[in-house]
Write a protein that binds this ligand. Sequence first.
Ligand code: XLS
Ligand code: CA
Ligand code: CA
Length: 449
Amino acid sequence: MADFYVGKKEYFPKIAKIKYEGPKSDNPLAFKYYDAEKKIGKKKMKDHLRFAVAYWHSFCADGADPFGSATHSHPWITGAKTPMEAADLKMDAAFEFFTKLGVGLYCFHDRDVAPEGATPAESEKNLFTLVAKAKKLQKATGVKLLWGTANVFSHPRYMNGAATNPEFGVVALAATQVKTAIDATIELGGQGYTFWGGREGYMSLINTDLKKEKDHLARFLTMARDYGRKHGFKGPFYIEPKPMEPTKHQYDFDSETVIGFLRHYGLDKDFRLNIEANHAELAGHEFAHELETAAAAGFFGSVDANRGDTMNGWDTDQFPISYYETAMAMYAILKAGGFTSGGLNFDAKIRRNSVDPADLFIAHIGGMDAFAVGLEIANKIISDGKIPAFVKKRYSSFNTGDGAKFDKGDMTLEQLAGIGAKAGYGKTGLVSGKQEYLENILNQYLLQH
Ligand code: XLS
Ligand code: CA
Ligand code: CA
């Protein structure tokens, strides 16, 4: 097998397989920190990080924004005569990219991979033509599908939502897509299936029956779960929280909201969360907060790795670069036991003015390096032990005696109050949280890395 895959045509002829060259390298097309085979604790870096490439941003998006048209002219799109031919070339380009970058996983929406046809049956046929090709390429390259999903938000018919649409006919058409996308995911051995509630929310309460819409969302997810399980899909279904954009309010607002929703509707066994850094920020949370919240409730699943811009309030989907943020995220992920069927999917896009073919590689290299550093620092936090030991000690009054009884739920409020009354005020509570001390330790790890 060649070092990388090339279809009928090589799309990135000037770029060879990306290698690890170490922190001193000044080659923009080399990893400085991501050393796939390096062992961190018990696992190799590549097995800890489980990177995936997002088909939509990397091979479909063209740099257009609300103020201007496309700036990225992809040869795999411009060189085709029909949408199906374009889809075929695009898949060659995608697998060339995955294998040159050395990423073992990818994610897609149905419509990223194949165009919509004139009827639902034709759309299904289109998708399965490309699924057959993907199956061959996965086999030839060893690249696997992290998760599949359906785009039930871009087409105008979904302007009022998909599963939460006030019109039954649209809900049924969304089902045709979701059913087929689940079939495609199963056919490709996809390790998960994601629901991002694109337009599952409202623009205004004045025209919305909120309770009905949430009930319908749960009904739809339950049907999808039952269908997947009946057809042999064993992986997790993911909900990807996002508080707003495109709707003013999205029902899957943040981790805590989604966990409550899943429990309320009895979906907590089959669904986990796919947490995106930029969406956390839009919800007013740190990325690590969303990860810890999911993990604490047993809902940690997968990650969409990117970042927003702290100066503005929209979903800029930039490539991650902050070591501080990746360190805190990887610390949360390691504490949660690491990834099982999830991974780090680069739901990130190069900027509108990043028009060199190499920019797509450079952006991913930076993101992979940022998470490699994050992993090293997180591992250092755990192996050095100062920070975890501090946190452990901070709660040590619950380890023995009355504290332990309280912790186990073995006490009434009267008993608890009695203990407080007997002890009196004294200096109880005046213990330093040492936040700055701990932050300085983390900075030391970062700089000594
Ligand atoms: C959009 C979402 C989307 C999902 C997949 O904001 O991030 O790309 O990840 O539908
Ligand atoms: Ca996402
Ligand atoms: Ca996003």
